[in-house]
Design a protein around this ligand. Structure first.
Ligand code: NAP
Length: 240
C-alpha cells in the first residue's frame, strides 16, 4: 500500500467477524483508520479492541450498521463526514447465503431471493449512493465489492440460486458504478475471496481469512490509474 494512505479512512461492512474483520485488520495494519461496522455494537467494539491493542487507540472504531436499514446508512454517512471529513475506501463485505440446502431456482421461495438481494445487492448500492459524495469531495476513492465465484456467469450452474444471482447482480452493479464515476479517481472493483474458512464458508474451506482478504485489501489500496470495473481473484482478473 502507498505510504500516502496512512491516515486515510476506510469503512468495512460486516467487520465484526469473518473476512470483513480480517480486511479491517489488514487495512489498519497498513495505517488506515478503519470504521468496522457491525449490526451488533458489542461485537464491533470487541473487534476494534483487538486491532487497537496492536495499533493504538483510535485506529479502529465501530459504528452500528444493519446494512439493509436506510436510516443506519444515512447515520453512517453523517458520522464519517462529521468525525473524519473524508472517506477513502468502502469495502462492501457484509453478505448472506441463506438458500436452503438443495435449493433449486425452480422451487426456491421468492422471499429468499428478496432477502438475499436486500443484503447482497441493494445494501451495497445504498451504501455507495450515501458515501460516494465524501469520496468525490476529495477526488479519491476505492470501492471494493465482495462478490463470489458463484456469481460468475461464465461458470454458472445450479445450486444456491439466490446467492448466485445476487453476486452476479453485485458484479453488474460494480461495472455500472465504475462506468458512472470514470475519470473521478474513484476505482470500483469486485473480487472473489475464494472458498474461505469462516462461518459462511465452513470449517472445510481450503483458504484462510488472510488469503480471502488479501485481494480486497490490494484493491482498496490501488494506485491512481489502477483498474476499475474489474473482477479479481488472487490479485488477477477473472471472467465475469
Ligand atoms: N466464506 C467464503 O467462502 C466466501 C466465498 C465467496 C464470497 N464470500 C463473500 O465474502 C463476504 C464475507 O463472507 P464471510 O465468509 O466473512 O461471511 P460470514 O462469516 O458469514 O460473515 C458475514 C458478515 O456479514 C455481516 N452481515 C450479514 N448480513 C448483514 C446485515 N444485514 N447487516 C449488517 N451486517 C450483516 C455479518 O454480521 P452478523 O455477525 O451481524 O451476522 C458478518 O459480519 C460475503 O459477502 C460473502 O458472500 C465468502
Amino acid at each position: 500500500m502507498a505510504a500516502s494512505l496512512s491516515g486515510a479512512v476506510a469503512v468495512v461492512t460486516g467487520g465484526n467477524r469473518g473476512i470483513g474483520n480480517e480486511i479491517g485488520r489488514q487495512l489498519a495494519a497498513r495505517g488506515l483508520r478503519v470504521v468496522l461496522t457491525s449490526r451488533h455494537v458489542d461485537q464491533g467494539e470487541a473487534a476494534c479492541r483487538i486491532i487497537n491493542a496492536v495499533h493504538g487507540d483510535k485506529r479502529a472504531t465501530t459504528f452500528k450498521l444493519e446494512v439493509t436499514d436506510g436510516g443506519d446508512i444515512q447515520a453512517l454517512a453523517a458520522h464519517v463526514a462529521a468525525v473524519f471529513g473524508r472517506l477513502d475506501v468502502l469495502v462492501n463485505n457484509a453478505g448472506i447465503q441463506i438458500d436452503p440446502k438443495g435449493s433449486r431456482a425452480l422451487n426456491a421461495d421468492l422471499q429468499t431471493y428478496r432477502d438475499t438481494f436486500e443484503t447482497n445487492v441493494l445494501a451495497p448500492l445504498a451504501l455507495i449512493q450515501a458515501l460516494l459524495p465524501l469520496m468525490k469531495k476529495n477526488g479519491y476513492g476505492r470501492i471494493v465489492n465482495l462478490s463470489s465465484g458463484l456469481g460468475q456467469l461464465s461458470e454458472m450452474t445450479s445450486g444456491t440460486p439466490a446467492y448466485r444471482m445476487s453476486k452476479t447482480a453485485l458484479n453488474a452493479l460494480t461495472r455500472i458504478v465504475a462506468a458512472e464515476v470514470r475519470g473521478s479517481n474513484i476505482l470500483v472493483n469486485a473480487m472473489s475471496p475464494g472458498w474461505v474458512k469462516s462461518d459462511m464458508g465452513g470449517p472445510f474451506a481450503p483458504r484462510t481469512l488472510e488469503q480471502g482478504a488479501d485481494t480486497a485489501v490490494w484493491l482498496a489500496s490501488l494506485p491512481d490509474g489502477g483498474p476499475s470495473g474489474g473482477f479479481f481473484y488472487d490479485r488477477a482478473p477473472i471472467a465475469w
